[in-house]
Design a protein around this ligand. Structure first.
Ligand code: IVH
Length: 713
């Protein structure tokens, strides 16, 4: 785990230790007392690691107590104190797989066991990213709750804990211990956090930077009514002081036995956990949980491994602030702080001006992030960002990076505000911002080069005309070189011209031309989507294609007629009408119609005529793919949600089948959901479906339903 550091002399080392101690103390205070961290957890961990390494390498240069031996921080003054009868300790961290291997090897050695000894088994569970609390039950009744504080003395938060719905005021079940101190974590679910922040922003109140801070701020309220208004959850992961019968003690021999017992007494325990794992099992658990992290309804910052056997736990003992029997295996941080170097303005396909943060490269969520969208001017104001600020950046799963907010305390004297340009940064046209709109636009349309480039990229994308190889680099050269102006110009390109472009040889030019030719044969739905009409996404394009059945019928439809199509309201109808009314766009469409053959209405899977009964629903009659009404199909009238990964088809293909067979494919689970199709690693949507009692089927069952209709099977 050693990180190389430049060599320092004795004085420099002592100065560094003193400075690091002061820095760590400052951050401990900000985190634990003020619920307002100044740096990310990963940065804090890095500081502590450096300090620990220096202190252990140079014990003579580091006398006195170190803040790294201290767990948390002393309580806030307003709360009364609770002395923990069993200290609330912390965990040592592992970051890399080798750190875990070393930990297991060292533990085995300390216990006098071989590294692969069968007794060396672990339980693995989630590392909840919330606030550690201790709940005391006496004869089954909740009598006291406390925060961790400095590990020895915490804050009395009994009244606040009582308002958390998942904390039982009374234990249920059999053989309840005389005294049971439950250790666990209070947290706020991601959805609840987003809703709380929206409410706070609407009221002009403080918005929280992440769910952990929101949970901390909500729990440590002097007025428990405020806590009650904040949706908090609790998960138990261990125990403190316990007084129990000998009989019970003889039955609870492993950590997993205890978690099961806690669950049996009505306490919420995380369900994503495993028992009796060896080192290979731990590796698999880590990988599995990491893959499901972004689907979980709450935040975790890693997983925790604990020796199963309580007898071995006792034998393993402790190192200053942490037990030897457990270790936290941390995930790459999803949040980090970095400098906001500048704010650029990009022009999108519809002329929208989007401010984009240029960031000092920062490793977050497993990748190096250098840019993040800031959406619009109001968003920058709401987040209080200034150029030069140190900001919080978040990148979770595959979600695009986001700037969460600024760290006001670290604002430099030369920080400057962002000003939205009055003119388009690409073509210089004066921008407009309509009242009630958050976005400024360049009104120049296709005469603005930026919008023209985006129009080509949109036209070529997979879900539109699907021209593989017509990417940003080629489009930039084609537009900048004046080789293409209208979309239809794509169909006039030839090999000599294309092979003259940068990074294009004759072979790749020919490939691109083949792709362009292939795209001439298109469905009406694709063609409409490819035109890039504002508010006409993929689904609307398909609805319009099925409703109007020809480009001419659509072009000549009035706003009222357009509104007869499914899901087309006044805004979409007006946008379509004004698109076709613009002579410039009409010319583009005419030009394209001369090049493209529209051979079908849409690209849904072809539905074969069948008459079978699937799950009691009769699928009758013959329905061609251009008709959406009449017959009953397995998903007729149903709202179906896909979650997780399907192994035999993409999500888009599965959605197509749901729609083709009469259903509506939806992205989120609600009481209105009729059915959830759960693939591999299904996460929060599956949990929600189970909570709401919505029917869930697996991939095999889904394939069985669609099988009679597949012409390829
Ligand atoms: S066990 C003596 N298990 O992580 C061992 N801690 O970084 C005490 N945490 O102080 C902790 N999930 O606040 C344990 N499944 C889990 C946990 C967990 C979250 C927190 C806890 C602890 C901190 C250490």
């Amino acid at each position: 785990m050693a990180r190389s550091k430049p060599l320092l002399d004795a004085k420099e080392t002592r100065d560094r230790i003193v400075a690091l101690r002061a820095e760590v103390l400052k951050h401990q205070r900000a985190y634990h007392q003020q619920d307002a961290p100044l740096i990310s957890d990963a940065q804090y961990d890095a500081l502590v690691r450096e300090l620990e390494e220096l202190e252990s390498a140079f014990p003579d240069l580091a006398p006195g107590t170190s803040p790294v031996d201290q767990v948390g921080f002393a309580p806030k003054r307003e709360f009364s104190e609770v002395r923990h009868r069993v200290p609330m300790l912390s965990l040592n961290n592992a970051f890399e797989p080798q750190d875990v291997e070393q930990y297991v090897a060292r533990l085995a050695q300390n216990l006098g066991l071989a590294a692969d000894a069968p007794e060396l088994r672990f339980s693995a569970e989630l590392k909840f990213d919330g606030i550690a609390v201790s709940l005391r039950y006496e004869r089954g009744l909740l009598t006291q709750a406390a925060t961790r504080g400095d590990g020895s003395v915490g804050e009395d938060i009994t009244v606040n804990i009582r308002v958390i719905p998942s904390v039982p005021p009374r234990l249920t079940g059999n053989s309840i211990p005389e005294v049971l101190e439950v250790r666990g974590e209070v947290l706020m679910q991601k959805q609840d956090f987003a809703a709380l922040n929206q409410r706070q922003a609407a009221l002009g109140e403080k918005v929280f930077v992440n769910p952990r801070n929101a949970a901390a701020g909500s729990l440590r309220q002097l007025d428990p009514a405020v806590t009650a208004s904040r949706p908090l959850s609790f998960f138990a992961y261990g125990t403190g002081e316990v007084v129990l019968s000998r009989e019970l003690e003889s039955k609870l021999l492993t950590h997993s036995d205890w978690l099961n017992a806690l669950q049996g007494w009505g306490l919420p325990v995380g369900t994503l956990r495993r028992s009796q794992l060896d080192a290979e099992g731990l590796r698999r658990f880590y990988a599995d949980v990491l893959a499901r992290r972004s689907d979980l309804p709450f935040e975790i910052d890693g997983v925790v491994y604990k020796l199963e056997s309580l007898a071995l736990q006792a034998k393993a003992g402790f190192v200053s602030r942490a037990p030897r029997f457990a270790i936290a295996h941390k995930f790459p941080a999803e949040e980090a702080s970095t400098r906001l170097l500048d704010i650029d303005v990009q022009v999108g396909r519809t002329g929208a001006l989007t401010p984009v943060a240029r960031l000092e490269p920062v490793f977050v969520g497993g990748v190096t992030v250098t840019n993040a969208t800031l959406h619009n001017e109001d968003e920058i104001t709401r987040k209080g960002l200034m150029i030069g600020d140190t900001v919080w950046v978040r990148r979770a799963g595959d979600v695009i990076p986001e700037v969460l907010g600024t760290i006001a305390a670290l604002r430099p004297a030369d920080a400057r505000p962002f000003v939205m340009p009055m003119c388009c940064p690409v073509c210089g046209t004066k921008t407009v911002r309509e009242s009630g709109e958050a976005v400024s636009r360049c009104p120049a349309g296709l005469s603005c080069k930026a919008q023209r480039k985006q129009a080509f990229l949109h036209f070529a994308q997979r879900k539109a005309m699907d021209i593989e190889g017509l990417g940003e680099k080629i489009v930039d050269q084609l537009v900048d070189g004046g080789h293409v102006t209208h979309l239809s110009d794509i169909y006039r390109l030839d090999v000599p011209l294309l092979s003259n472009l940068e990074r294009m040889a004759e072979k790749s030019a020919q490939n691109l031309l083949d792709q362009i030719d292939r795209s001439r044969d298109a469905s009406l739905a694709r063609f409409l989507f490819a035109l890039g009409i504002r508010h006409v996404g993929e689904r609307t394009a398909r609805d319009l294609a099925l409703h109007f059945q020809s480009i001419d019928a659509l072009r000549s439809a009035t706003v009222e007629e357009l509104m007869q199509a499914p899901d087309v309201g006044p805004v979409v109808a007006a946008s379509i009408r004004s698109f076709f009314d613009l002579p410039e766009q009409a010319a583009v469409v005419d030009g394209l119609c001369a090049q493209v053959r529209i051979t079908r209405l849409d690209d849904r899977p072809a539905v074969a005529p069948v008459s079978v009964t699937v799950e009691g629903v009769k699928a009758a009659g013959e329905v061609g793919q251009t008709s959406t009404q009449a017959a009953s199909y397995p998903f007729t009238g149903m709202t179906v949600v896909l979650t997780g990964t399907l192994s035999s088809m993409s999500r888009d293909q599965a959605s197509d089948w749901i729609v083709a067979l009469g259903g509506k494919a939806s992205g989120s689970v609600s009481a209105k959901t009729s059915l959830v199709v759960a693939g591999e690693a299904a996460g929060s949507k599956l949990a929600k479906a189970q909570e709401l009692g919505v029917k869930v089927i697996d991939e095999a069952a889904f394939l069985a339903i669609i099988a009679p209709y597949r012409q390829d099977s």
